[in-house]
Design a protein around this ligand. Structure first.
Ligand code: NAD
Length: 380
């Protein structure tokens, strides 16, 4: 049994290094603006809930190309706590009302929106209008229409837009993409992906309130399983059929509890996903004509873990996924490196989410998806 390590991974990656370097130089030459003169970008986190508090702010203490420069909060008590803990000057602290003033603050280069899903569009658009680059948490918004509005606002303002899809910056997911691209296990025929956890907390939390969340398990966790099928096949799906199951309607009054969905891909590959707020599941299995590989866990904060039909263990040193993700976005802004999770990726996933809900509404009928090949794919 062989361990696939970072060294093997780099070895494989080196094959593409010449063209990657060329691309990077070309886009760097095209890149405009003062951002390139900065060594580190200042990030302002909007919404200081659990993800900002326990993942993003700590990760920003270790990032090389960006740092925690500011905060935007609707809770005045948090201002002093965060200012003291992270040395944030008063001038870089905003609330939801005076947020637009951030346009005048050169210390803030990037606004990272970490609010309940229904608030993403408003704050991403306000950030773009203030001339700031934007990172939007997943799911991008509560409708495709809102995703378009965010993308258009960023284009109109000439700012960069990235999604908080941390897995695209971590090595296990990159290894999956590489297996698929290089056909290490032949032509991919089947993917199974699960992303779920059992929710038993406060029934009034925003994730269970459709107005704030846009939907339940599918919006929260299902997007990871959908993504697994896409990087597990290397293709966008052409159709989906889906079913919803409910066993605790008294708790999940307003949002979906469990959804299963089946996808078809242009190559003929098929995929099955499950997502739920009623059970725990976290894996992806990919079967090709010459073998299989799997990650389990596949989508938590890591360390992830994987193995292949060759008897190899997939193993990389653990690093904060959020640190890698925010540094990748900063390198995209500063050095013209590829955007690993562009806004179009968030929009594509929302198109798939809407098709899944449409299929359920039509009793599981197959819904065709009209996604251009490669639409929403990030750069490697
Ligand atoms: P949370 O409930 O812990 O925090 C939400 C924050 O929004 C709080 O600071 C709260 O005060 C603020 N808020 C403002 N208006 C609100 C309202 N009307 N109702 C509720 N809260 C309100 O949530 P979280 O776990 O930090 O999630 C925030 C976003 O980050 C969501 O979009 C979520 O999907 C995303 N997220 C992503 C990951 C990831 O791995 N990429 C992980 C967790 C959360």
């Amino acid at each position: 049994m062989k361990n696939l390590t970072r060294r093997d991974f780099n070895g494989l990656m080196i094959k593409g290094a010449g063209s990657a370097a060329l691309m990077s130089v070309t886009s760097f030459a095209c890149a405009m603006g003062a951002d390139q003169d900065k060594k580190k970008l200042g990030i302002a986190l909007v919404g200081l809930g659990s993800y900002s508090t326990y993942q993003l702010a700590p990760a920003l203490q270790d990032t090389q190309h960006c740092y925690l420069a500011g905060i935007v909060t609707g809770t005045p008590e948090k201002e002093k706590i965060w200012a003291d803990k992270y040395g944030i000057p008063k001038a870089n602290i905003y609330n939801y009302q005076n947020f637009d003033e951030i346009a005048k603050n050169d210390a803030i280069d990037v606004v990272y929106v970490v609010l309940p899903n229904s608030m993403h569009a408003e704050f991403c658009i306000r950030a773009a209008k203030a001339g700031k680059h934007v990172i939007c948490e997943k799911p991008m918004a509560v409708s495709v229409e809102e995703c378009d509005a965010i993308i258009n606002a960023c284009k109109a303002a000439g700012v960069k837009l990235g999604m908080g899809y941390r897995l695209h910056s971590e090595p296990y997911t990159q290894q999956v993409k590489q297996f698929v691209k290089e056909k290490t296990f032949g032509d991919i025929k089947f993917v199974s992906a699960e992303a779920a956890y059992r929710s038993t907390g406060n029934p009034d939390q925003w994730r269970l309130n459709r107005k704030l969340s846009g939907g339940g398990a599918l919006m929260n966790m299902g997007v990871y399983a959908v993504q697994s099928t896409i990087y597990g096949t290397g293709e966008n799906p052409i159709s989906v059929s889906a079913q919803e199951f409910s066993t605790r309607p008294e708790y999940f009054k307003d949002t979906d509890e469990t959804i299963l969905a089946q996808f078809e891909f242009p190559s003929g590959a098929v995929a099955n996903i499950s997502t739920s707020h009623n059970f725990n599941a976290n894996s992806m299995y990919v079967s090709g004509t010459n073998g299989w590989f799997q990650l389990q866990p596949a989508n938590n904060y890591g360390p992830l873990s994987g193995k292949t039909s060759n008897g190899d263990i997939i193993k990389f040193p653990h690093e904060s996924q959020q640190k890698l993700q925010m540094d990748d976005f900063a390198k995209h802004v500063l050095m013209g490196e590829p955007n690993k999770a562009p806004g179009e990726m968030g929009k594509r996933d929302m198109m798939i989410v809407e098709a899944i809900y449409a299929s359920i509404a039509k009793g599981g009928q197959k819904i065709n998806l009209d996604l251009a090949p490669g639409f929403g794919f990030g750069g490697d």
